[in-house]
Design a protein around this ligand. Structure first.
Ligand code: GDP
Ligand code: IMO
Ligand code: MG
Length: 439
């Protein structure tokens, strides 16, 4: 059985956590390749809600190996907090979690500088999660970053912390913030060095070896295509590549190791933070989506902006990633609506656009052209069989399939693993051993 990549096709929070949890039982290894604890992947386990941030969602399944790749950025404090939270749920974390020595560390100055600069931008702010993600990737690109592997050499660690703090303090002072004490940071990270040692590995070598031995991998993307630093709605994006290309660099594997790509797509659209959002709904319907979909950030708790399904944006996302197979989530959230819309085209300066523009100054001006659908006004929550869905729900799903030119293979009808329809077993079975799913 091949390896499968899970990618978000919108602005994140599509329900990747639920889909990864659903499919984990069919794979041996679950690996994150980018992002950090800006991610919030929600899984319901025996009725309890668990939110994963830096650790792959597969950790909830005993016997699976979880890998945090070199493309991820890690805040050790948040990482150990996440482990403590998971332990409260009885999750075992021992030899089942490896962190790449090449992953970059988030340090207190990253968080402080991000908060300071976001504040200073006023209405031009990105609306980041303020977890230090962007500044940590900035240091990676500037070649001044500190890597997880540096925790294993305290002399190097100390030297790098002192050098970085000296530079970062110049920025903090410029913004009238108190400078940081490098000694304090070093002492804190010295403790992390001891605690983290057992997790630090050459994950690139391990992963490639395990794949050669026939082990299968589920690659867990964080964020979403429209938040991709290269292909998203720049500058209102994150600082990594959630798109399918990111998996090779973020784990050190070749493209031929990615045998299937499953796009996770919400049945409507949400976005957290600032940035263009052509199908955003500002009236009562937006409130209904937010309430019914519990659209509040899994990481920051911020209310998510809600809007109609945007077929133009999703079609673009599928192209960028090479996605032909979709898991459509949260269809049940639309149950109460009288009318549902899908954006089928963008009009800009009187012309229909042929492509998805990523420029915010164009996206802010486009007029979405909608196709209207009658709401089904029936409960779909928990339905597990496509034929049991109301006719109008099927019409809506079929329309999405046609517009985005991809097969919808999975339909999610609720937060629980079992609230799932496997729509096209034949296609899905090409990259998932369906017999192994615990539905
Ligand atoms: P992720 O970041 O892509 O993993 O998504 P989040 O976990 O941030 O947000 C998705 C939210 O939708 C979570 O609260 C999930 O529990 C919830 N969810 C996932 N699938 C469904 C579904 O089919 N129906 C409903 N009602 N909620 C869902
Ligand atoms: P998951 O994996 C939704 C958004 C932030 C902000 C922008 C940049 O749960 O889908 P950052 O802190 O990354 O520099 O913020 O990206 N953002 C997300 N939005 N889901 C996420 O992750 C996100 N991770 C970052 O809100 O707009
Ligand atoms: Mg999320």
């Amino acid at each position: 059985m091949p390896n499968l990549l899970i990618v978000g096709t919108q602005w994140g929070d599509e329900g990747k956590g639920k889909i990864v949890d659903l499919l984990t039982s069919a794979f041996d290894i679950i690996a994150r390749y980018q992002g950090g604890h800006n991610a919030g992947h929600t899984v319901f386990l025996k009725g309890k809600k668990i939110v994963l941030h830096t650790i792959p969602s597969g950790i909830l399944h005993p016997g699976k190996l979880c890998i945090i790749g070199n493309g991820v950025v890690i805040d050790p404090k948040a990482f150990f907090h996440e482990i403590e939270e998971l332990k409260k749920f009885g999750v075992n974390i021992d030899n089942n979690l490896f962190i790449s020595k090449g992953a970059h560390l988030i340090l207190p100055y990253h968080v402080l500088i991000e908060k300071t600069l976001e504040e200073s931008k006023g209405d031009k702010k990105i609306g980041t999660t303020c977890r230090g993600i962007g500044p940590a990737y900035e240091d990676k690109a500037a070649r001044t970053g500190i890597r997880v592997g540096d925790l294993l050499n305290l002399d190097i660690l100390k030297e790098k912390i002192f050098r970085n703090v000296e530079e970062k303090n110049k920025i903090l002072i410029l913004y009238n913030k108190s400078p940081l004490n490098p000694e304090e940071i070093f002492e804190e990270y010295k403790i992390y060095s001891q605690k983290m040692e057992k997790y630090i590995k050459d994950t690139t070598w391990i992963l490639n070896k395990k794949i050669e031995e026939g082990k299968t991998v589920l690659f867990e993307g964080a964020q979403g295509t429209l938040l991709d630093i290269d292909h998203g709605t720049y500058p209102y994006v994150t600082s990594s590549n959630p798109t399918s290309g990111g998996v090779c660099c973020g784990l050190g594997i070749s493209p031929d190791k990615v045998n299937g790509i499953l796009g996770v797509t919400k049945a409507y659209t949400t976005r957290v933070g600032m940035g263009p959002f052509p199908t955003e709904i500002f009236d009562q319907t937006g409130e209904i989506l937010r309430r019914n979909g519990n659209e509040f950030g899994a990481t920051t708790g911020r209310p998510r902006r809600c809007g109609w399904f945007d077929a133009v944006a999703v079609k673009y996302a599928l192209k960028i990633n090479g996605i032909k197979s979709i898991a459509l989530t949260k269809i049940d959230v639309l149950d109460d609506l009288d009318e549902i819309k899908i954006c089928v085209n963008y009009k800009y300066k009187g012309e229909i656009l042929k492509t998805f523009p990523t420029e915010d100054w164009i996206l802010n001006e486009v007029e979405p052209i909608y196709k209207k659908f009658k709401g089904w006004k029936e409960k779909t929550k928990g339905i597990t069989d496509f034929n049991s869905l109301p006719l109008l729900t099927k019409t809506y799903i079929n329309a999405i399939e046609e517009l985005i030119e991809a097969e919808i293979n999975i339909i999610s009808t609720g937060v629980e693993r079992k609230n799932t329809i496997i729509k096209s077993k034949k296609t899905l079975s090409k990259f998932v051993n369906l017999e192994k799913l615990n539905l």
